[in-house]
Design a protein around this ligand. Sequence first.
Ligand code: CP3
Length: 355
Amino acid sequence: MDHVTLSATHPLNSSTADSALVLAARQQRGEVTPVWFMRQAGRSLPEYRALREGVAMLDSCFNTDLIVEITLQPVRRHHVDAAIFFSDIVVPLKAIGVDLDIVPGRGPVMAKAVQTSGDVAALRELEPDDVAPVLDAVGALAAELGATPLIGFAGAPFTLASYLIEGGPSRDHLRTKAFMYGQPQLWHELCGRLARIAGRFLALQVEHGASAIQLFDSWVGALSAVDYERFVLPHSQAALAMVPAGVPKIHFGVGTGELLPLMGSAGADVLGVDFRVPLDVAAARVGNGYALQGNLDPALLFAPWQVVEASVREVMRRGDVLSGHIFNLGHGVPPETDPDVLSRVVELVHEISSQ
Ligand code: CP3
């Protein structure tokens, strides 16, 4: 295993150690409840849409200056307590030569779906040079952000495997499950490779200055707990084990109410909870060992402000019993969201938590 230790000058050893996000992830109380939003960088911001004009999504993900600027936009505008570096879960796959594109309005699409053992064997290890412009951006961001932590991220083996096997986004993950049940050995070989790619990518981001990481297993809620434990857990565990000790690790998926305790045992410090399970109920399911992140339903951002406010207060009230709470949505910011509503949510969370 690649063992990376944090340098003495790493932000976690200096500028971000006492940030609200890092404290909450370590189940310590800070001055405010930290708040950030999944997909805070993106189409909800007019300044993002302006910068992306005429630039393909994947080109922007390999352009250091664009990554830096797009990542900083929501921090400047909303005063969130963390930045998440602008990229996509398929970027490390593109970087090792997988022929894929990110299609607007659809998501990642492969030129050819993974089917055979030869297709699996072609997924080579990720090397730092493959993602050099990305790592340059991470370093520049960590310096620019000062006391605000940068969250690095990667897609978890199951969610990456689903895009590779389906050839694109899928609602039911039928081909993925057929592969998993029908060719378990090849499935484990595929996920073993994806775990090393994701783990290496996370470790490199940390080495270049990320102060926390989030492993996105967005679509793993499609599985039962029994199948999760057998087909997914060892691989997510392997990916997270490649992150240096002491770095807060967040693990998130959608529809994972039944999987939360198992996702915790994958090695997370913080469990991301979607909007289906109230935070206090999630806490009762996973026990005391974890901070929780979440979980305002993104759809509520389109309700009148009084409704948004009452809902934010309700999430905060339920979060009060937790040993650590990071406020977030239950999934990503929808592109149609009015960014002013997000700014008001940040202000409200800070106001409630500093009383
Ligand atoms: O602000 C942030 O959260 C950082 C940026 C980020 C993006 N993708 C940018 C993006 C992050 C963290 C991701 C992760 C990601 N990508 C996930 C896991 C998070 C989740 O939502 O569950 C997944 C499943 C993907 C795959 C993917 N990429 C999808 C489903 C889409 C949306 C397709 C569409 O156009 O609606 C993408 C494309 C994508 N990734 C966009 C952005 C800003 C939109 C592309 C554009 O702006 O043209």
